[in-house]
Write a protein of this length. Structure first.
Length: 343
């Protein structure tokens, strides 16, 4: 793809496009990245509600199901479709840094009208409103939302504020990750005022509890499996986990249950970099592994993951690799981490 053909957009540009789509009666599809997290789900549902407030119709899609702990973000009226069986008039992506992050919906990549994303390292595939210093795509949705409110195109919608807040607290690690900025806190302060003054829905404390402190039994099973498969190398500077399909199936788990699995190796004292390989759809001759990577130091894991068709942030990124077996996949990824950590 030739990145030069794509335009950089602003919040005002996105707001204008949304108004035009709505005025033209266009039905849009909002696509979130595979294995969606709180930012992807919150941002997608918030954008859907914003577009509906403009008078338009929208659906949200993702190649994987929304994790159970995030199901409350639907507020009983929003859901993600996992198979797209009809044509839409326009396609927008949120929090999706590269074509590979579409998962099974990658065939929709070329139809994307514009992307809203906060990953500094990415593979451009459309015009985009992108801000690599934002803690979450939710921050960019907030800017679009504010622009439309200030132009009186839409009213204040407390549930939109809740969804944006959920997106931001999820991707900022409840405001503790290094991607949290002064602007993140300023946005959060505005959202807190809106949310907690509205008595018709959950408050910010409950949103944070449900995202960060509520775990399903499968979450705990996945964490247990990660601990059992944990490996340390390079004087305990690198920690990694590899989970194969046969292990998941034995425990009654799926790839979706391992959304926060990289937190296990990352949390070990003294570890500089951590990664998790999760087997995806594989064939007898070739296996696919999804990579989730984290950095606790100056190593840029987005640069590493870009070598594997992915990207993300300096401290948090993802990609994928195909290999004959798990050992070869681990060795290929580990070699890149060793180069970075020991250079």
């Amino acid at each position: 793809m030739n990145n030069a053909q794509y335009k950089a957009l602003t919040a005002a540009d996105c707001a204008s496009k949304l108004r035009s789509f709505a005025n033209e009666g266009k039905k849009i599809l909002i696509i979130a990245h595979r294995n969606p997290d709180g930012d992807a789900v919150g941002s997608a549902f918030a954008l859907k509600m914003i577009y509906e407030a403009l008078g338009g119709g929208a659906d949200c899609a993702c190649s994987n199901k929304v994790p159970e702990y995030l199901s409350f973000l639907g507020f009983g009226k929003n859901e993600m479709i996992n198979e797209v069986n009809k044509e839409y008039d326009a396609y927008i992506t949120v929090d999706t840094a590269s074509p590979s992050q579409f998962g099974d919906l990658e065939y929709l990549c070329e139809k994307t009208d514009f992307a809203i994303d906060h990953h500094a390292s990415c593979t451009e595939y459309s015009d985009s409103y992108r801000e690599g210093t934002a803690s979450a795509a939710g921050e960019l949705i907030f800017e679009i939302y504010e622009y439309l409110k200030e132009s009186e195109a839409i009213p204040e919608i407390p549930d939109v504020a809740r969804l944006i807040y959920a997106a931001i607290t999820a991707d900022s690690g409840s405001f503790k990750y290094s991607n949290t900025t002064e602007n993140t806190h300023l946005i959060a302060a505005k959202l807190i005022k809106i949310i907690n003054s509205d008595k018709n829905g959950i408050n910010t404390a409950e949103i944070a509890r449900l995202i960060h402190d509520s775990k399903s039994l499968n979450d705990l099973k996945a964490k247990k499996l990660c601990i059992e498969n944990l490996r340390l190398t390079n004087d305990k500077k690198i920690a990694y986990v590899c989970i194969e399909n046969v292990e998941m199936e034995k425990e009654g788990l799926s790839e979706e249950d391992f959304g926060s699995s990289v937190d296990v190796p990352r949390s070990i004292e003294g570890v500089l970099c951590a990664f998790v390989l999760k087997e995806g759809k594989s064939t007898e001759k070739e296996k696919l592994y999804r990579i989730s990577a984290r950095s606790n130091c100056s190593v840029d894991v987005a640069a590493i993951c870009k070598k594997f068709g992915g990207g993300g942030h300096a401290k948090a990124a993802g990609g994928s690799i195909t290999a004959e077996n798990a050992e070869k996949a681990v060795n290929a990824v580990l070699a890149e981490f060793e180069k970075a950590v020991n250079s």
